[in-house]
Each structure stands twice: as C-alpha cells, then as structure tokens.
Design a binder for this molecule. Sequence first.
Ligand code: 5GP
Ligand code: MG
Length: 188
Amino acid sequence: MSETRDLGGAVDGGGVERVVLTAHEIAARVAELAHEITGAYPGNEPLLVLGLLKGSFIFMADLVRQLDRPVLVDFLVAASYGEGTVSSGEVRLLYEPETGLEGKHVILIEDIVDSGTTINRLVPVLVEREPRSLEICALLHKRLSAKLALEPRWVGFDAPQEFLVGYGLDHGESFRQLPFIGSLKSPQ
Ligand code: 5GP
Ligand code: MG
C-alpha cells in the first residue's frame, strides 16, 4: 500500500512544513522496539512502564500493546520551569506514579530527547526510589546532549534539529493528534 508524504487529504497538516516520519515508518519502528524490549528482560516479572506526559501518550499506547509480557502502566508529569531557573536538585513531579518503583524493572518513556535537561533532572529522582533497574525508551533523540545522566537504551529514531510535532508531540497543545511526525513551519 502506498503512503503519501503529502499533508493534504484527510489529515489537516496546517502549520506543518514536511512529513519527517510517516505513520507507517513509526509503526514499523515501534513494533521493533516492542520486540526488543520484550526480549530484554528475563523471567516473567512485570515491567513498570512509566510514560512521561504529555508527549509520550500516543507512543506509549502503541508500544505497551505490543509488549508480550506482564506490564504495569503508570505516568508521571515533571514540573516545567522557565529556562535556566532550575538546578538538578529542584525537579518536582506534578503527578506522581501511584505504583511504587522500588524493586521493579522500570522503563521511562520519553517522546523526544532534546537538550537532555528533562532526563538529567528526572533520572536522579527515579533512581532515589530504588528500582531494580531503570532504562529509558525515547521515540526521538536529537543527539544534542554531550552528557546524559542515563543514555536511552532504546531510541526510535535520530531526529533532525527541527521543531517536530505530531504523534503526541505538540506546539501549544496542537498537532498531538497527527498520525505522522512533521516539522513545523518557522514563524513568519
Ligand atoms: P529536553 O529536556 O531534552 O531539552 O527536552 C525534552 C522535552 O522538550 C520533550 O519531552 C518535549 O516535551 C520538548 N521538546 C524538545 N524538542 C521538541 C520538539 O522538537 N518538538 C516538540 N513538540 N517538543 C520538543
Ligand atoms: Mg511539550
């Protein structure tokens, strides 16, 4: 079946400049990631899959449905601060996972790693809770950060250094519903 990279048709791609990853490309990679994650943990203990809201929600939904092992699903929301106002010790969770992390295999699901600030702030907070293991699965990685507190073990795609939207990623809460990932037109 052919898939168009056009933005027209049924999908309203207004504001999107070009399709970077089609829905089919994303689906194929998500299936691979699910397969790799399923095989990475011995035994039958549940994985605690923690979605970092909001951007990961669609990726997370597609991924967990293809994990062929017991899974616990929970979410967290990290406080967002203004640029440059936060040191690593000050991270706060606006929404706490109800599930305890202690002793569990935990996978943090990120939509996109950009500067790495989010990961660098969050990882120490999660490690403090003494999970049995902690890994990160990021759909997209811009490979900008020289030093991450924890390098994602699973990455969907290396991302261009553009502002991307769709498949959960937003600009001002718009575009999250797009089935593809596109780059946004620069403001005029
Ligand atoms: P970092 O803390 O690594 O700089 O950025 C991570 C967060 O910034 C992501 O979870 C996401 O919410 C936002 N972000 C970074 N790059 C992009 C992008 O290209 N598009 C969108 N929509 N959000 C981004
Ligand atoms: Mg965002």
